[in-house]
Design a protein around this ligand. Structure first.
Ligand code: 1HN
Length: 363
């Protein structure tokens, strides 16, 4: 037996709690107090105080084969110059029109064609990029440029100047993840265009990698706990670590070998609002059920398999994106050795003491 309720049914105690009866006298009273901006808590208590979370988003898969051509079609329709950012938003079907992949995070696929540049700006939303296809486009963050390759995880902290360009011969596609819904909830959104297209380069390319990712830190460096000082976490390094750990074992029964990207100066997440992960599932892996309070967006880097979420089966392969809703039982199966990147709002859950996770029995 699995712990919890994998069928997603409401606990009996929840169903038995009755809604107060509606009487003409009560209705009249509600109208009377309503005129004074008052409302009875007992009428909404059941809704706002559920025994456990019910995900606002739904499980969904975007197959890259299905959407790749539509993304390329956008290149004929609009330039990066006119669009500013040529992005197809990955909208959760349960949250259409709300510009988000999960209730708390935005995701999109951005296309930069050869020779294009996207102008510099900054915003109070934090952003991550995960490179899906192509090689040789760059992002610069606060004056440091990094060339990007498939599988690289690139960070744009809140309020940092950033612009992109693609001097390569091939289209470049990456997934953007931003904390828009979180910043929106707190009504803290600020945005500013830079006065020129590109922010001046003030550091050598990949300077931050030398400074902060060699197992050393510059003497006198004062860490900033909210944001990693690194711009790029290259795939080659992540892949090598996962390969070695897969060979060494043990393999987690739910996650395979799953690693968390860190701020090298603190051991915390790379960003305060967005947690990022990379996992490898060995060929033939059949994972145990797991659920956690954070809803996650996954991007498949290598391999193929499927993820079963509640009553859905998401069959994924390279470059596909899928969503696992919050507090939803799911498990992964790998048809071949697979590598999957994911991001979620887990750092916020943990900071606020709200994070919960649960493993199916035996896991
Ligand atoms: C943004 O600034 C970027 O800088 C990508 O590449 C996606 C989505 C909404 C708002 C700003 C970028 C974005 C975005």
């Amino acid at each position: 037996m699995m712990a919890g309720r994998p069928d997603g049914a409401l606990p009996e105690s929840f169903q038995m709690r009755e809604q107060p009866k509606k009487t003409p006298e009560r209705e009249a009273y509600y109208r009377r107090i309503g005129e004074h901006n008052l409302a009875p808590l007992w009428e909404v208590l059941k809704t706002i105080q559920a025994e456990e979370p019910h995900p606002p988003e739904t499980a969904v898969l975007w197959r890259y084969d299905d959407i790749h051509q539509m993304l390329m079609d956008a290149a004929h329709l609009i330039s990066t110059q006119e669009a500013n950012r040529r992005v197809l938003i990955l909208e959760n079907p349960a949250l259409r029109g709300q510009t988000r992949a999960t209730h708390s995070l935005y995701a999109g696929l951005q296309l930069v064609m050869p020779g294009e540049t996207a102008p510099s700006h900054r915003h109070s939303q934090a952003a991550i990029r995960f490179i899906v296809e192509g090689e040789g486009a760059y992002t610069s963050v606060n004056g440091e440029r990094t060339n990007m390759r498939e599988g690289d995880f690139v960070v744009t902290p809140a309020w940092s100047w950033h612009d992109h360009g693609n001097p390569s011969q091939k289209p470049m596609v990456w997934m953007d993840g931003l904390d828009f819904p979180i910043v929106g909830l707190l009504n803290c959104g600020f945005f500013e265009d830079y006065r020129e297209d590109a922010f001046p380069l003030t550091r050598p390319e990949n300077d931050s990698q030398a400074r902060y990712s060699a197992g050393m830190l510059p003497v006198g460096y004062r860490e900033q706990p909210l944001n990693t000082p690194l711009v790029n976490y290259p795939y080659a390094r992540a892949r090598e670590a996962l390969k070695q750990l897969e060979a060494a074992g043990p393999i987690d029964p739910c996650h395979g070998v799953k690693m968390r990207y860190v701020n090298p100066a603190t051991g915390g997440y790379a960003l305060a609002t967005i947690g990022t992960f990379m996992q490898v599932l060995p060929a033939g892996f059949s994972g145990r059920p797991y659920r956690s309070t954070d809803a996650a967006v996954y991007s498949v880097v290598e391999g193929s398999g499927r993820t079963l979420v509640a009553d859905r089966s998401l069959e994924w392969s390279k470059r596909d994106v899928f969503v696992v809703p919050s507090w939803s039982w799911h498990y992964h199966e790998a048809f071949e050795e697979s590598v999957i990147f994911s991001f979620s709002d887990r750092p916020v859950h943990e900071t606020l003491g709200l994070f919960r996770e649960q493993r199916g029995e035996g896991a």
